[in-house]
Design a protein around this ligand. Sequence first.
Ligand SMILES: *[C@@H]1O[C@H](CO)[C@@H](O)[C@H](O)[C@H]1NC(C)=O
Ligand SMILES: *[C@@H]1O[C@H](CO)[C@@H](O)[C@H](O)[C@H]1NC(C)=O
Length: 280
Amino acid sequence: MMRQDRTRRQLILVGLVAVIAGFVIGILIGAVAIDNSEPENAAVTAALRDGDPSITDKLINEIDGENIREFLRYFTSEPHLAGTPMDLVQAEYVRDKWLEQGLDYADVVPYDVLLSYPRGKENRVELIDSSGHVEFESAREEAILDESQRRDDIVPPFNAYSAAGTVEGELVFANFASVEDFDHLERDIGINLTDKIIIAKYGGIFRGDKAFLAMEKGAKGLILYSDPEQVAPKGYENQTYPNGIFLPGTGAERGTLFKHMMDPLTPGYPARGRVCLLKF
Ligand SMILES: *[C@@H]1O[C@H](CO)[C@@H](O)[C@H](O)[C@H]1NC(C)=O
Ligand SMILES: *[C@@H]1O[C@H](CO)[C@@H](O)[C@H](O)[C@H]1NC(C)=O
């Protein structure tokens, strides 16, 4: 029993080291991609080589699908948006698990992070005709398709770090809102995107880049939606939640528009210590 615990602890440490190494290698690859000089390439190749394949095998054998299922169920069972009480409960759960699994030290540390929250359930899209009549209004929250999943703290759909406000303008469909899509609209079709509201599909590129490109083109707003063909592929149309794993038509993707890693006040670094405001 003791021995098994010890092996387990070593494996976890190796796992952590592997994760950290992966992160460092990621940074190295990033540096090499910019620099492109020979010696770094050799260093990366050497670092990526599998030193002891038996360690890889041990790690892979240690991964238990049932554990993954159980943890995933726990973490997804309650809304836990960053900075909310349930987020803290889950952080403490992770700390306790790590201590239980043999880490010598694990703690929950307070951070001052610039977070983004929706303003109640006010966010919506309205389609207004030329006489000012509202022809359509989008749902302000998602339909509850399984009553057992009803909660009063479900965060309404929003994209973090969107600018707040109300805008009105003509609608222009921009496919995936990629560079090519905007080029096509401007050059091939001759549409001036200034002050337009762009409507585009999720997919292809990061949603934050879609918003950034729309802004660069002078658009007033951007509406993103999930194309059913992409979120419930052909043949799986009837496999949307609660019948299957795919996003139902009443579901909305949430995410961030922030284009960088970590806290916007300290980009690239955790939000501890001196706060520096960077202009992008
Ligand atoms: C697009 O429209 C805006 C505002 O009407 C105007 O200032 C701008 O010059 C136009 N751009 C082009 C390329 O025509
Ligand atoms: C989905 O369900 C509808 C209605 O029950 C049925 O007509 C259709 O053939 C189903 N589609 C698939 C891909 O199973």
